[in-house]
Design a protein around this ligand. Structure first.
Ligand SMILES: C[S@@+](CC[C@H](N)C(=O)[O-])C[C@H]1O[C@@H](n2cnc3c(N)ncnc32)[C@H](O)[C@@H]1O
Length: 214
């Protein structure tokens, strides 16, 4: 299992029903079932081909009634409401689409967007979710965001929506390293900006990152 998947697995809490939405290979579901972290694991995917991979991997748990696969779009594929739902390895916009269709479809969420994490944060803050953790980690030379959230209220500042509440409060090394890498990229692209507005947006982002790193 790669480092990204290990970070996801480390955030699963023991629960009754666990759902892995967009499971693809099914490695996280296999981990949850093998470690008895849930009484029942549902693993779903919108692609029959992807679901078939997970069904093969999880066959022993399916045979025991501890896991079940379901084909379909987002949470709607689930036959029951899960206590905990994982949506990982896809873009933030797709995660928001899935959650928008069933905004209260679980008690706890583990989300690992590959991009547009600010859109996920905005959705959670505007739809009755309270972030427990929202951090950057690095694995295999790449940076990833991971968030966990429970039902609740919270009001986030614009900076917290853009950069993540826990990142700003705890400053994990991966967070500052990613900001430094972004700053380096912005400085390279500034001279190539095609329009004044593109240049102004880069300058704004640069100022904000420098302020956070100070
Ligand atoms: C890149 S894989 C990530 C797999 C795994 N969750 C991980 O983090 O490694 C994304 C998977 O999500 C599935 N997917 C994308 N949109 C989906 C949706 N709306 N509902 C269910 N599955 C979806 C894709 O078919 C694909 O198998």
């Amino acid at each position: 299992m790669n480092g990204r998947l290990k970070e996801i697995c480390a955030r699963v809490r023991p629960c009754g029903v666990f759902a892995d939405i967009g499971c693809d290979h099914g490695y996280v579901s296999q981990y949850v079932a093998a470690h008895s972290l849930a009484e029942k694991v549902y693993f779903t995917d919108v692609s029959a081909e992807c679901l078939a991979k997970a069904e093969k991997l999880l066959a022993p748990f399916v045979a025991e009634g501890k896991a079940e696969g379901a084909l379909g779009n987002g949470m709607r594929a689930l036959p029951v409401r899960p206590d905990e739902a994982l949506i990982a390895g896809m873009g933030g916009e797709e995660i928001v689409n899935i959650l928008s269709a069933s905004p209260f479809a679980a008690d706890r969420l583990i989300l690992q967007p590959m991009k547009n994490t600010d859109k996920v944060r905005r959705f959670l803050a505007e739809n009755g979710w309270k972030t427990e953790e929202d951090v950057v980690f690095s694995s295999g030379g790449k940076f990833y965001d991971i968030l966990t959230a429970e039902r609740g209220e919270e009001s986030l500042t614009e900076d917290e929506l853009l950069f993540g509440k826990s990142n700003l409060a705890l400053r994990p090394a991966a967070f500052t390293e990613r900001l430094r890498a972004e700053l380096f990229g912005i400085e390279r692209y500034l001279s190539k900006a095609k329009s004044e507005s593109a240049r102004a947006a880069l300058e704004d982002r640069k100022r904000k990152i420098e302020e956070i790193l100070r």
